[in-house]
Design a protein around this ligand. Sequence first.
Ligand code: SF4
Length: 125
Amino acid sequence: MDRIVTEDGFDFSFNPLACIECGGECCVGESGYIWVKYGEIRTIAEFLNLSVDEFSMRYLKRVNGRYSLKEIEFERRNYACIFFDTVSRRCQIYQVRPIQCQRYPFWEILKNRREEVKKECPGVI
Ligand code: SF4
């Protein structure tokens, strides 16, 4: 967790140490989707000691046949993932966070958008 990460096809690198001080910039902002597949849903539900059904009712929304974690509006037009603690500014399920979160900032949609990603993520170099 302490070395610079690179990925083929991306025009930036990432320093995971930046996450310690960042305060979760990638967990808040404009409304979006935090996609989760069934295996991830089961893992997170287990972590929270909930059944998959109960977890789904509390924390998931269905979008065109897929599932996303819900968001909460915490400032005017600013949204946070439902698992983001806006006081401590930490992910409450960090150990079992979705793959989408683990992969950030190496998302297809962010390829070749270094300057844009840098504004959001202090770990991008
Ligand atoms: S699951 Fe955790 S890391 Fe992923 S968006 Fe929510 S708060 Fe952030």
